[in-house]
Design a protein around this ligand. Structure first.
Ligand code: CP
Length: 342
């Protein structure tokens, strides 16, 4: 794909070569994310960060990524704090806000809403999550993490064995990650969910058509045997019609240290797009795993900044100029090297 000026709406836009380009660019962002030096390559540029659904990681890390490249961020959160609450259309919102900024990130509860917004936007738009549909930047950072974690074990992504666990019906991060992994070869997918929360049929059919092995599991213990990665997800309660319906699935699949020790291979990497639901009735990924060196969830969140910086640098066509605008860091900086149990 041509990154310059492009909207990023779906992982379907990417080829393997595109993914590698994002990852190579992300590698180059590490000194800036770790505050070894700063770059002002986007000095004067403005990001419109529009989050019409709750977010901690995606909103803040996109904002920080833009700041780390030297740009400014303006944002709005929640429908009720914007003029969408007064009946303004996505078209008009996009037309207005694209007069104020150079690029936008948008999250919205409706599938297809970010694509609809992008039609009217005069600047590139990145999908920060559109309902249960897709979450492309999350999938890219997840795959980047998979690549780095597997590299420490002398393996690549081809031939990966991965268990995706939880609400696979509504989990947009799962949908996007499955599509990205589908571009590699001979991946063994174990899709572990209650039957009612199974992954969309079209995703499963597409993976099988590409020659991947797809196993459907309804029992946690059966699903987490003999895999390289556990990708655990929370029940997406906000997608259910009512709380009573969501309550049926809370706490059904819980990965904790004793389950891990009993059923997983010793080096199995544990991932989660976060947030994990730490309320006592849920706990799909127990905090007793926090000291497990294979828990990669906070390495994922750190990697998210690198990947989002890379997307901005490629779309705004400054990837080869980032190092030309470098300054020393003048303030105290905490050490940010990943440590084994983080
Ligand atoms: N993974 C993710 O999208 O997290 P937030 O909802 O906190 O942005």
């Amino acid at each position: 794909m041509i990154f310059k000026g492009s909207h990023i709406l779906s992982v379907d836009q990417f080829t393997r070569a595109d993914i590698e380009k994002v990852f190579t660019t992300a590698d180059e962002m590490r000194p800036y994310a770790q505050r070894e030096c700063i770059t002002r390559v986007l000095n004067g540029a403005i990001l419109g960060n529009l989050f019409f659904e709750p977010s901690t990681r995606t909103r803040i890390s996109f904002g920080c990524a833009f700041n780390l490249l030297g740009g400014e961020v303006r944002e709005t959160t929640e429908v009720k704090a914007s003029s969408l609450a007064k009946g303004e259309s996505l078209h008009d919102t996009a037309r207005v806000l694209s007069g104020y900024s150079d690029i936008a990130v948008m999250r919205h509860p409706e599938p297809g809403s970010v694509a609809e917004y992008a039609v009217a936007s005069r600047v590139p738009v990145i999908n920060g999550g559109d309902g249960p549909n897709e979450h492309p930047s999350q999938a890219l950072l997840d795959l980047y993490t998979v690549k780095l974690e597997m590299a420490t074990r002398g393996q690549g992504i081809d031939g990966l064995r991965i268990a995706l666990i939880g609400d696979l019906k509504n989990g947009r991060a799962v949908h996007s990650l499955c599509k990205l992994l589908g571009m590699y070869t001979k991946v063994h997918f174990k899709l572990v969910s209650p039957p009612q929360l199974a992954a969309p049929e079209e995703i499963i059919v597409a993976l099988i058509a590409k020659g991947h092995r797809v196993e459907i599991c309804h029992e946690l213990e059966e699903g987490i045997h003999h895999v390289d990665i556990l990708y655990v997800t929370r029940t997406q309660e906000e997608r259910f019609e009512n709380q009573e319906e969501a309550d049926k699935y809370r706490g059904l699949f819980r990965v904790n240290q004793s389950i891990y020790t009993e059923h997983c291979e010793p080096n199995t990497v544990i991932m989660h797009p976060l947030p994990r639901d730490s309320r006592s009735a849920a706990k799909e990924l127990d905090e007793d795993l926090n000291q497990n060196p294979n828990l990669a969830i906070f390495r994922q969140t750190d990697n998210g900044v690198l990947v989002r910086m890379a997307l901005f640098a490629l779309i705004l066509d400054v990837a080869d100029k980032v190092h030309d605008y470098v300054h020393p860091v003048t303030w105290y900086t905490a050490k940010r090297e990943p440590v084994p149990n983080q």
